[in-house]
Design a protein. Structure first.
Length: 199
């Protein structure tokens, strides 16, 4: 698995980018909202990637942040949504907007995505409503999100999945027990999980 590429921009296109990594050019598919945010030719870049293995070819998809990569992988689990459909979602809206539409069952927002009709929108809502941890973050105040994201990333490094720790994080956040120091918050989350296991 190729988790990321670090190199220099060799060529930019609205739907793909070629990255020079030590003299080897990797072609990476991107969504259209990403194109304006790309560095210019010759500038350094680090891009998170997903490798799709098809019957006759390998395809790389690239994202500048982990949130978009996570959403892309999640969308691939929906029946009838392939890589083209997943890129269409990310080309149309940011992950938080998509999660908000799923959480509120907002079909009108979802059918704005090219290739998504009413039935596909309903299928997305049905299949993702209960299995996307990020949906619980939709109603979190905007200024709190970076703190919670940082906390979850730190716990992921320790080997915990988002779905494992998110309930404890949300409970602590609701009770206003989380502070601004990530290390202290990690201790609180692990303590809450230990108490939960003893019940």
């Amino acid at each position: 698995m190729i988790a990321f590429l670090k190199g220099a921009v060799f060529e930019r296109r609205p739907d793909s980018i070629i990255i020079d990594v030590n003299g080897v050019g990797y072609e990476v598919n991107i969504h259209s909202r990403l194109f304006p945010r790309l560095p210019q030719r010759g500038e350094p870049i680090l891009i998170h990637t997903f490798l799709q293995v098809l019957e006759n070819e390998f395809k790389l998809f690239g994202f500048l942040d982990q949130d978009e990569l996570r959403l892309f992988k999640t969308l691939l689990t929906v029946s009838g949504i392939g890589s083209k459909g997943a890129l269409a979602v990310l080309s149309t809206m940011e992950p938080l907007v998509f999660y908000r539409a799923i959480a509120s069952q907002d079909e009108k927002t979802l059918v704005r995505i090219p290739g998504v009709g009413k039935k596909t929108a309903q299928r997305m809502i049905f299949e993702l409503q209960d299995k996307v941890p990020e949906l619980k973050l939709v109603e979190v105040e905007k200024e709190q999100r970076p703190l919670l994201d940082e906390l979850m990333e730190a716990l992921e490094i320790l080997g915990y999945s988002r779905s494992e720790v998110l309930p404890a994080i949300m409970d602590l956040n609701r009770n206003k027990q989380l502070g601004n120091i990530v290390e202290e918050n990690i201790k609180l989350v692990l303590k809450a999980k230990a108490q939960e296991m003893r019940r």
